[in-house]
Write a protein that binds this ligand. Structure first.
Ligand code: NKO
Length: 217
């Protein structure tokens, strides 16, 4: 039963792929030295531009979605590998959902703590929505709607991300209800909010970057 463990390692590697850093490098900057210092879509949008920010969002979203999809398809992938190399596979049965949430958590950790960048990455919001989308797309759309609505009011990405991350567990527990997946989304969202602690400090000081005032973080 080594196969799902290999997929767990791949989930971390996927999450740690440093999209924001690489897009920044292509624009000739080190994104970690500008704005909030995060390698996320927002900081790239702020310091490189709209298209670069959208590219980072889409790629980081895909990292989360693929990590989950890959583990959900573990038995299929394993069968494919087994038939190619001619060995006997052990089917992953009742604990597959634990591997799925493991892959999700490792993708989140990989994104915010990438080994390639001295463990300093992004805030796992885009990767988190990618994951949520694969677990329950209705909850993901509802969380995204909350993100948009709060963005329309305050025009501050961190406030919207924190609000959406606070709502996502409630949405999962009510719309989906599966104990394993809902517990994971709860833990994942607490992790995402914890990653925003410097933003929370700036929100309280009144110095957080807002797309309304163009104030610097
Ligand atoms: O640079 O510290 P910064 O101001 O960049 O960045 C703060 C920001 C970091 O996040 C990002 C990603 C931007 C994503 C935009 C669209 C997100 C829509 C969705 C929300 C739902 C989140 C729920 C997570 C569930 C696991 O915050």
């Amino acid at each position: 039963m080594w196969f799902p463990y290999l997929l767990l390692a791949i989930a971390y590697l996927l999450g740690s792929f440093p999209t924001g850093y690489l897009v920044g490098r292509m624009a000739g900057i080190d994104i970690r030295e500008l704005g909030s210092g995060s390698t996320g879509a927002t900081n790239v949008w702020r310091n490189v531009g709209k298209l670069a920010g959208i590219t980072v969002f889409v790629t980081d979203f895909a990292k989360g979605a693929i990590a989950i999809y890959m583990m959900q398809s573990a038995n299929y992938l394993q069968a494919l590998l087994a038939s190619t190399f001619g060995y006997t596979q052990t089917t992953i049965t009742n604990n597959l959902s634990l591997f799925v949430i493991g892959a999700g958590m490792l993708a989140l950790i990989g994104h915010s703590r990438p080994v390639w960048l001295g463990f300093k990455g992004g805030k796992s919001v885009a990767t988190g929505v990618g994951i949520l989308c694969m677990l329950n797309w209705i909850a993901a759309i509802a969380a995204f709607s909350i993100w948009l609505a709060t963005m329309a009011i305050w025009r501050t990405v961190s406030i919207s991300s924190i609000a959406a991350a606070a709502a996502a567990p409630v949405l999962m527990w009510t719309l989906q209800g599966d104990i394993i997946y809902s517990s994971f989304v709860t833990v994942g969202c607490i992790f995402i909010i914890w990653l925003h602690r410097s933003n929370i400090e700036r929100i309280l000081n009144g110095t957080e970057f807002s797309f309304k005032t163009e104030s610097k973080p």
